[in-house]
Design a protein around this ligand. Structure first.
Ligand SMILES: [Zn+2]
Length: 280
């Protein structure tokens, strides 16, 4: 971690925002339950409220229509850059994002008690690797999903890549199938209708572009509009959906592609951290 991480950690601890697990800003975990009548139990794990809709909204709607039980977990509270802001501002941001997630996912038919937030700080997931791993292990044991969707490891956002790496690793240990979704990355920006994963990662697992019906596109657009406070969600109206089967064996190579300073000068800061995660 860098000096700024220690400053934020200390500030958050003093203010009672990140005293894991008792005091975490935005943390909200529903009651454990598995709907016995569900056709399939699906777990969606995203870093921030809106990622699941940008990358997977139409697929979530499709799965709900088919009779699946879908639980959605956000690893961070989505407070944005504003860690130093006054208490009332931070709580307002986090509450608004929760409300927006409930409204958006409600459009797809997901009840609010199926929406969970671990409460780790937005843009600060790298400071909580051990608890994050434990939480993911616990969730997989608790919900015992048949299928997991998570964000692609695509060199886009550090919280996305950490969430993706931990989820893929833990699911693989338990033999649970995982699909990644493409959201945005250095090659394909947000809002791209034919969104896909970075070209250099195609050799590990082929992208699976999803053909969306007009109803699915329409519902996804409404879901995105529910995230009124989030510019990326507004920019993503019209974005397509592409999945790929998770390939855990590719993760060391992807970490090397996106984070090794010899290949990618912008990724070096988190390279040691990614290597640590891979060794788990
Ligand atoms: Zn995000």
């Amino acid at each position: 971690m860098y000096w700024k991480d220690y400053v934020i950690l200390t500030s958050d601890w003093i203010r009672g925002y990140s005293r894991y697990p008792s005091h975490m800003l935005g943390r909200q975990i529903g009651q454990p339950h598995r709907d016995p009548s569900a056709r399939q139990h699906i777990l969606v794990i995203a870093a921030h409220p809106d990622d699941e809709t940008i990358g997977l909204g139409a697929t979530i709607f499709r799965q709900m229509k088919k009779g699946a039980s879908v639980n959605v977990v956000f690893t961070t509270n989505g407070r944005g850059w504003s860690w130093i802001a006054p208490h009332r501002v931070l709580t307002r941001i986090v509450s608004r994002r929760r409300r927006e997630a409930e409204t958006a996912l409600g459009m797809a038919g997901i009840a609010s008690d199926h929406i969970h937030c671990l409460g780790f700080p937005d843009r600060g997931l790298h400071r909580f690797l051990e608890p994050l791993t434990q939480e993911i292990q616990h969730l997989l044991q608790w919900l015992n999903p048949d299928l997991i969707y998570t964000q692609g490891f695509e060199g886009g956002h550090i919280d996305h890549d950490i969430t993706s790496l931990v989820v893929q690793h833990e699911a693989n240990l338990r033999g649970i199938p995982v699909y990644e979704w493409a959201e945005y990355n250095p090659e394909y920006g947000i809002g791209t209708p034919e969104i896909t994963f970075p070209q250099k990662s195609h050799r590990f697992s082929q992208p699976l572009p999803q053909r969306l019906s007009s109803e699915e596109q329409w519902v996804k657009a409404i879901m995105l509009k529910c995230y009124a406070s989030e510019e990326p969600a507004q920019q993503a109206v019209g974005q397509g959906e592409t999945l790929r089967v998770s390939c855990p064996a590719a993760l060391p190579l992807l970490v090397d592609e996106y984070y090794n300073p010899e290949r990618n000068p912008t990724g070096h800061r988190y390279y040691p951290l990614m290597l640590r995660l891979l060794k788990k």
